[in-house]
Design a protein. Structure first.
Length: 100
């Protein structure tokens, strides 16, 4: 897997990966056939990745396998001594294969 820094043109795929990753944990929603039928207003940080993560001494990385983005993760700086791991996602069909 190739790991690289997020680029603005990745945004649509990052959002799709994020929602596919969290959708699998919504028991009620798992009865729907549409994997992307979720409330997209809950994650405003994904609309401003550069300012929320990259311009604040954080990081946002994506993992590419065979030309497809299959994983992502971010580090959000909270203070000079603390950071938070955010948005760790792996497409469900790529889970349990070492991409996390």
């Amino acid at each position: 897997m190739l790991i690289r820094r997020y680029q603005a043109e990745d945004n649509e795929v990052v959002k799709a990966l994020h929602y596919a990753g969290i959708k699998q944990f919504d028991v009620e929603a798992n009865t729907d056939a549409d994997l992307f039928d979720v409330d997209t207003n809950i994650d405003a940080d994904l609309d401003d990745i550069e300012n929320v993560y990259l311009n604040n001494d954080g990081e946002f990385l994506i993992g590419i396998h065979e030309g497809k983005m299959v994983a992502m993760g971010a580090i959000k700086k909270l203070s000079t001594t603390r950071a938070e791991i955010k948005r760790m996602r792996v497409y469900p069909e790529y889970q349990r294969q070492g991409f996390g």
